[in-house]
Design a protein around this ligand. Structure first.
Ligand SMILES: [Cu+2]
Length: 314
C-alpha cells in the first residue's frame, strides 16, 4: 500500500484504493497518449500540407479507406470495453458490502457528523474503527444533502434526508484520515470536517469501554469545556464575545435575553437545557434558527456539564 500519495491522489489506505488508483491512472495515461497523437497529427499535417506558392493542385478524389475506418472503430471499442469491465468490477466491489462488516450509523447535519456504534457508543466528527475489519456505514441526514468523502479510502457517498444510503470500507492499517463533506450544505459547509481514526482491534475494544465515560470523572465545568469542543458547539459559539453563527456564550448566564417575536427570557439552567434539546422553541433575536437539536446525542450528565461550563464563562 502506498503511504506517500502520487501526482493526482492522496495516499491510498483502504483495501480498494490500489485497484481504484490503477484504473484512474490507466485513464489518465491513455488520455495523455491520445492527446499526444492528436496534437502530433495536427502539427504534422499543418506543416506538410500548408499552402506553398501560388500553383493550385487539385485534391485527389479519395472516397474512403476501409483499413483506416476499421482501425479507428475497433481500437477505441476495445479500449472502452476494457475500461467498462474494469470499472464495473471495482464498482461492484465498492457497492457490495461484505457479510461480516460491522455497521455504524452515520448522521450528517448542519454542520457536523455523528456516529453511532453497534455497542452503543457515539462520537461526533470522529469515526473510530478497528483496522482490518470491513465497516458498513448506514447514512442519513437530518436536514439537507451532505456527502461523506474520505479521500484516503477512495469512498464518497451522498447523505440524504428521509432515505438511507450505504457505503463501506476496510482500512488494513492503523492511521488517521480526513473526512470531508463534499456537497455544499450552507454557511458552515467548509467547517464540516471530521476524521477517521483507524486503531488496532485491542485499542478499539478499550476505546469502547471508556468512550461512554470519557471525562465524567472531571469536575462538571471542565467536562463541559471538553464537550463544548467535542460536540462541535464551538463551531457556532465563541466563548470570548465574538459573534459567530450563534451568539457568544460568555457572560450570558443569569442575564435576560431578547427573543425573536418579542418577549424575553432569562438564561438559566432550564433555558440552556431547552436551547440544547429544543433549539427552535425560543430563538435569540437577531439570529437564524439553525441550531441543531442534541436530542438523543447528549446524555443528561453531559447537558449538566455543559450548563456548568456556560455558567463558569465570564
Ligand atoms: Cu454538509
Amino acid at each position: 500500500m502506498d503511504t506517500t500519495g502520487s501526482l493526482f491522489l492522496p495516499p491510498g489506505s483502504s483495501t480498494i484504493s490500489s485497484e481504484f488508483d490503477a484504473l484512474f491512472y490507466f485513464l489518465v495515461y491513455a488520455s495523455i497518449v491520445f492527446l499526444g497523437i492528436v496534437v502530433f497529427s495536427i502539427v504534422l499535417f499543418s506543416l506538410r500540407y500548408r499552402k506553398r506558392g501560388v500553383e493550385e493542385t487539385p485534391t485527389p478524389g479519395i472516397s474512403h479507406s476501409t483499413k483506416l475506418e476499421i482501425t479507428w472503430s475497433i481500437v477505441p471499442t476495445i479500449l472502452v470495453m476494457i475500461v467498462f469491465v474494469w470499472g464495473f468490477r471495482i464498482y461492484m466491489k465498492m457497492n457490495v458490502v461484505p457479510r461480516d462488516a460491522m455497521e455504524i450509523k452515520v448522521t450528517g447535519q448542519k454542520w457536523f457528523w455523528t456516529f453511532d456504534y453497534p455497542e452503543g457508543a457515539n462520537t461526533l466528527n470522529e469515526l473510530v474503527v478497528p483496522a482490518g475489519k470491513p465497516v458498513k456505514l448506514l447514512m442519513s441526514s437530518r436536514d439537507v444533502i451532505h456527502s461523506f468523502f474520505v479521500p484516503d479510502f477512495r469512498i464518497k457517498m451522498d447523505v440524504l434526508p428521509n432515505r438511507y444510503t450505504v457505503t463501506w470500507f476496510e482500512a488494513p492499517e492503523i492511521g488517521e484520515h480526513n473526512l470531508f463533506c463534499t456537497e455544499f450544505c450552507g454557511k458552515g459547509h467548509s467547517e464540516m470536517i471530521g476524521r477517521v481514526r483507524v486503531v488496532s482491534e485491542r485499542e478499539y475494544a478499550e476505546w469502547l469501554e471508556t468512550s461512554g465515560a470519557g471525562g465524567e470523572e472531571l469536575p462538571p465545568d471542565q467536562y463541559g469545556a471538553a464537550l463544548f469542543v467535542a460536540k462541535a458547539c464551538n463551531t457556532c459559539h465563541s466563548v470570548e464575545g465574538k459573534r459567530l453563527v450563534g451568539p457568544a456564550l460568555n457572560g450570558v448566564f443569569g442575564k435576560p435575553v431578547m427573543l425573536t417575536g418579542g418577549g424575553e427570557a432569562t438564561v438559566d439552567e432550564n433555558y440552556v437545557r431547552e436551547s440544547i434539546l429544543e433549539p427552535q422553541a425560543s430563538i435569540v433575536a437577531g439570529y437564524e434558527p439553525v441550531m441543531p437539536t442534541y436530542q438523543g446525542i447528549l446524555k443528561d450528565r453531559q447537558i449538566d456539564a455543559l450548563i456548568a461550563y456556560i455558567k463558569s464563562l465570564k
